[in-house]
Design a protein around this ligand. Sequence first.
Ligand SMILES: Cc1cc2nc3c(=O)[nH]c(=O)nc-3n(C[C@H](O)[C@H](O)[C@H](O)COP(=O)(O)OP(=O)(O)OC[C@H]3O[C@@H](n4cnc5c(N)ncnc54)[C@H](O)[C@@H]3O)c2cc1C
Length: 289
Amino acid sequence: MFPAHFGYCAARSVEEALALLTKYGDDAKLLAGGHSLIPAMKLRLATPKYLIDLSRVPGLRGVRVDGDSLAIGALTVHADVASSDLVRQHVPGLAEAALLIGDIQVRNRGTIGGSVAHNDPAADFPVILLALNAAFVLVSPSGSRTVAAADFFVDFFTTALAAHEVLTEIRVPLPAPGAGTAYAKLGHPASGYVVVSTGVLIQRQSSGQCASARIAIGGLGGGPRRAAATEAALQGQALTPEVIAAAATRTAEGTEPDGDAYASAAYKRHVAGVYARQAIAEAVRRAVG
Ligand SMILES: Cc1cc2nc3c(=O)[nH]c(=O)nc-3n(C[C@H](O)[C@H](O)[C@H](O)COP(=O)(O)OP(=O)(O)OC[C@H]3O[C@@H](n4cnc5c(N)ncnc54)[C@H](O)[C@@H]3O)c2cc1C
């Protein structure tokens, strides 16, 4: 399958990308790794007249500590997130999510910025980044703004990004001592895309009780969302296997997943609890360690 005809511009800076976006307006689309946009163009689900390639823009790739956050450039590919020593040390749940994406070719080309901007309901990064309370730096011709994950992910395939904005950086708050992060998913056996998944950030008190829990889930309808009933069931409790198991059974409360050829809605709701239990237990283990 071939995409419709399009013009191609390779931006050399964020400023040039913004100028091109302003010039071409709704006729243009930003291109990062191309692993969501190009398939959509081949299926004629997207027919931009111009592609503005960000891949040669310097300074948008890599991971660094900046103040009390990890700053991850939007063009950092999944494989580099997965193998980053900083990510593995501070937020292993994020490295885990990156490593579970697609196959090695997808991980070597796809970017974290492209994944969150696309906000596919079956994507991994939106779920773990919501759990980690990440923020997104959006640059426009008039300046920049930083949007929290809760406001950035609006609905499936929809984010707070405006047409004239470029996402330049993802900021992940460094978890405090006593915190643990983890990610677990049931992936589709062919593509790896999420059937159901859970991202976890647990803050554990030295007494062993749960000081706070952020549990995000994917695959249960709409975009990524918090599992409020599970969070409430953990809050203030001793983080024993029994408490974790009971809390995890509430993961799908309030969700209305669609069934599909691979998994029925009932199966998704059930298995969401199984993966949530795994991820919470692993986050607690890391918080203790
Ligand atoms: C076979 C296959 C299997 C896959 N499996 C998985 C999986 O298991 N889990 C998963 O999460 N994903 C999976 N993916 C998707 C993959 O992770 C994509 O790489 C990712 O979703 C998009 O990133 P990209 O860099 O390729 O973005 P692109 O395809 O280049 O762009 C995607 C969208 O984001 C916009 N965009 C890109 N960068 C920016 C930016 N900096 N600022 C503003 N807008 C921007 C583009 O305009 C476009 O609308 C799979 C893809 C394939 C082809």
